[in-house]
Design a protein around this ligand. Sequence first.
Ligand SMILES: [Zn+2]
Length: 187
Amino acid sequence: MAPKKRVVKRRDAAQLSAAGPRLWAPWRDEDLRSVRSDHQACIFCFGKLSEARRRERLVLFENRDVLVMLNKYPYNNGHVMVAPRSHVASPELLARADRAVLGDAVAASIKAMRASLHPAAFNVGANLGLAAGAGFAEHMHWHIVPRWVGDNNFMPVLASTRVLSQSLEDSYKQLRPIFKNLGAELS
Ligand SMILES: [Zn+2]
């Protein structure tokens, strides 16, 4: 049995390395692949949320224009997504004012995480379109992934396994009080 397992792992590693730059590969939104691609099933489109529903949906902040939520299958602790409230696939489809608010929300989220999580760096980006790796392409969203020195160890490369030190629940508990006040940064 043991040799067979090793062969499988090698193939996984080869597939991963062939997939392209590691930093972008995790942003394939695997968690969203099963979501139906219509407006009703969109995880970024919702009405008023109770605190319990907000926690279930991992929504850290929402106002009339933008929302911030934790990624259900994070690449790293504190991996959040920032999306406009408008159900659009690409930034040029947003009104100019909405683009500005979205940019402000990305900056405010980075500022909030810098102060609370003290990361050494960030990966920030978006996958626009299925061919770019977006699991759910109809509602654009920015990914913000805080990074710490040494967080990307050999495990993701060799075994396609991400090692996270914090549960989603703990991430939510840590970040919700901070993001709750994000509106002050955006007004
Ligand atoms: Zn949507």
